[in-house]
Write a protein that binds this ligand. Structure first.
Ligand code: GLU
Length: 311
């Protein structure tokens, strides 16, 4: 017999954590290396919890859209996994790298095979696969995300994509370097344009929790009534989020929060409790490892106070 499920008052837990963290100093710094991201108001702070039973709880700026940046790498990975299946692991590995997200170092000795799909190098190889597959990559990817989110209100920010392209020398170097090993099929310009666009997608905490439900709810279907990933594929994507989702701080996030998740330099963090819920926190100031300072603190307190974690 299944043990009785504990009744948790999510709303009051969310409200209490939100008000106590709001009163503390908002430490860290906004990402400024993409000029357009430097313009965001640092006081923004929002959280949205969506449970498998479809109960939705929001607090603070949970309906304000922001730049999801690297969080999009989970979506591109999942769509590529749905399309190509296990073939994708021939071109990208699943090991934490222990190096910065935009590092070129290991690619030389690893012969152009990125360590994991959430580093920029790995995300670019995944983008290359999608560019090869889709007829109109940017339009088709956006349609797939809208189907996942059950909303037509999801868009790229052309301004952010342009802003990143204008300073994206390291990403351009990465893409060209991987191409030199034969692990990029398309022209680097096209892959980079697609990559900058998927990073520029804007969503609110509410939309992100909805779009990521396919990793928390095994019965989730898109607007077309289709499943996104099999149970075994869902397990694998969650596992990569657990081990590689927080740059060089993935161990620390597991230690403090105890859930798989993914962060982005826009200050968003999505975390999944498989079969239970999806929670998204957003606060633009980042700690020295590039993860949202308040977002991480919030999620740590959330799993502590609810006494729920996968471990
Ligand atoms: N578009 C960003 C970059 O490539 C993504 C960074 C991130 O959120 O980790 O630098």
């Amino acid at each position: 017999m299944k043990p009785e499920e504990k009744i948790i008052d999510y709303k009051s837990i969310l409200d209490n954590i939100y008000s106590s963290i709001s009163q503390e100093e908002n430490k860290g710094a906004i990402a400024t290396y993409i000029p357009e991201l430097a313009k965001i108001e640092s006081a923004n702070f929002g959280v949205c919890l969506l449970t498998r039973k479809n109960e939705e709880f929001g607090v603070g700026n949970w309906q304000v859209k922001f730049s999801i940046q690297s969080i999009s790498k989970v979506l591109s990975l999942s769509l590529a996994y749905q399309i190509f299946g296990d073939k994708i692991w021939e071109r990208v590995d699943v090991e934490p790298s222990g190096t910065p997200f935009n590092s070129l170092v290991q690619l030389e000795s690893d012969h152009g095979i990125p360590r994991n799909p959430f580093m920029n190098s790995g995300a670019m190889v995944i983008c290359d696969m999608l560019v090869s597959y889709y007829k109109n990559p940017k339009e088709d990817f956006l349609s797939a995300i809208r189907e996942l989110c059950h909303s037509s209100e999801i868009n790229y920010s052309e301004t952010v994509a342009k802003s990143e392209a204008s300073v994206g020398y390291r990403n351009k170097a990465l893409c060209n370097f991987i191409k030199s090993f034969g692990n990029i099929e398309n022209e680097p310009e096209e892959v980079l344009d697609f990559y900058f666009h998927i990073c520029s997608i804007e969503m609110s905490c509410q939309e992100l929790s909805r779009v990521f439900m396919f990793l928390a709810n095994p019965n989730f279907t898109t607007t077309k009534g289709t499943k996104v990933l099999s149970l075994s594929q869902t397990k694998r994507v969650n596992a990569i989020m657990q081990t590689c989702g927080f740059y060089d701080e993935s161990g620390e996030f597991s230690f403090r929060v105890g859930l798989p998740g993914k962060s982005g330099v826009g200050g968003g963090i999505v975390a999944i409790y498989p079969e239970k819920y999806c929670i998204t926190a957003w606060s633009p100031k980042l700690n020295e490892k590039g993860n949202s300072y308040r977002g991480m603190k919030f999620l740590e307190e959330f799993t502590t106070k609810t006494e729920q974690s996968i471990f």
